[in-house]
Write a new protein. Structure first.
Length: 146
């Protein structure tokens, strides 16, 4: 019962910290700059490393695991929930790839604009997502304790 509020607090604190520092000028992260010349295999390796070694992703995955594990679900329902979380978490990666395959070069300009926007607003986006998930976990955790 205490895992949710503790995990939620572990997300809220860095989320708020990131929000306060979101306007600080930062350079493009080295991993993002490395993608410009990446081969499909090096991009796959980098994606795996970034997701497995990123504390934010580990905390978010743990939050999903706690939510699914603490729900009164059958094995099939738990598997379905894990599948849904995985699909939703993969959409931001899969959608641009699928669109590039389907639309080819027509996707380069919109993806370039999206990359520029994300580079500029990355800190704010991450701060909002992390903080909202953290707050939801804290609230849900305290409801479970009551």
């Amino acid at each position: 019962a205490w895992a949710r509020p503790v995990l939620g607090a572990a997300l809220v604190v860095p989320g708020l910290s990131r929000w306060r520092s979101r306007r600080e000028k930062t350079e493009t992260p080295a991993w993002m700059a490395a993608l410009d010349g990446a081969t499909p295999w090096s991009a796959l390796r980098l994606g795996f490393l970034l997701s497995a070694a990123n504390p934010k992703i580990v905390l978010l995955a743990a939050a999903a695991g706690i939510a699914i594990g603490s729900a009164d679900l059958s094995a099939a329902d738990s598997a379905a929930a894990v599948l849904v979380v995985t699909v939703i978490g993969s959409l931001t990666v899969a959608a641009p790839v699928v669109l590039c395959v389907l639309l080819g070069d027509r996707m380069l300009a919109p993806l370039g604009r999206m990359r520029t926007w994300l580079e500029k607003n990355n800190a704010a986006v991450m701060a909002v997502v992390i903080t909202i998930i953290g707050v939801l976990l804290v609230v849900k955790g305290y409801q479970g304790l009551a």
